[in-house]
Design a protein around this ligand. Sequence first.
Ligand code: LMR
Length: 393
Amino acid sequence: MLGNLKPQAPDKILSLMAEYKADTRQGKVDLGVGVYKDPEGVTPIMRAVKKAEQRILETQNTKAYTGLAGTQEYRDAMAGLVLENAPADRLASVATVGGTGAVRQGLELVRMANPDAVVHVSDPTWPNHLSILKFMGQAFVEYPYFDNATRGVDFDAMLAAIGKAKKGDVVLLHGCCHNPTGANPDAGQWDDIAASLEKTGAVPLIDLAYQGFGDGLDADAAATRMLASRLPEVLIAASCSKNFGVYRERTGILMALGEGSEARDLTQGAMAYLNRQNYSFPPDHGARIVSTILDDAELRQDWKTELEEMRRTMLDLRKQLAEELRNLGGNDNFDFIEHHRGMFSRLGATAEQVAKMKEDSGIYMVGDSRLNIAGLNNDSVPVLARAIVEAGV
Ligand code: LMR
């Protein structure tokens, strides 16, 4: 039986991680997988996370099962963080195995609710979105998103395409810090997206994996909150991997806003059922860390301070890189790096240019020229800038 299995194409982000590890060159630079790194190249455990873990270690007296939806504390804390004033009469939520688990469970929910739904997904998007959609056999179409000339959002094309969605279709949106491009709609454009969804009756599935990495915790949730207040139905897949730095704990949440308490109860039941079918109880440790932090004024403040430091570090690196490229090239062709938000920027380089940067300078970025800004530091910014110019990007 097992001999019938077909080899699977490796995930391009994860295989790049392995390739980087195997490279023995000094001075190699990892701008691949989306993991925050400090200037020493270490992905730190945040101070508040350490303290919360200590507290859990000292006070936890059982490892018995929680609930299929996870703990109420975690779900309430996350609803507050993402939605601020979460409408309790409309909100169903379940803890999930990371943000990826939330996306997967969200799509499973869509399949249960409307087997005819078509999922509209940005071109480009996080490769795993497409991989999950294909694996599930879920119908999807791509909408244009990135303008390779300006390296901004090709908004007219995007709006025209999502305007073709049908009632009951799903439009997958990145709530902030678009992965892989770093280019995001502005507030006025988000309003237009809301108006389009109001008109078509399509439901947004918002992937919110980088809240706090772009313009700040509230600013990064603004589009999600606006859509939640305007539209009758909204799905949100949020991740704590990045903003709490708890990547390996697999901490995510799927939230669904429906039309009133009856729909909420049905949705809550369906989402708990989906958890049961796929993995029963969601992991608790990361969720408990998150709710411990968010429910404690001191830990919450410390976490926010450290997150803000990380965000500012990334913004500084963006500025430095854009400036270095301005000086080297004598033009403002790369100023878009400063305007992009979040961990990533898509450079707009060809696959050959990406390969050349890897071969000549040991710089690893995803083949579509997505670079992880947080993988840079003061020393590697000039190395990258020179490599970009030498590769003729
Ligand atoms: C990324 O895009 O690099 C991250 O979201 C990590 C992953 O799982 O791909």
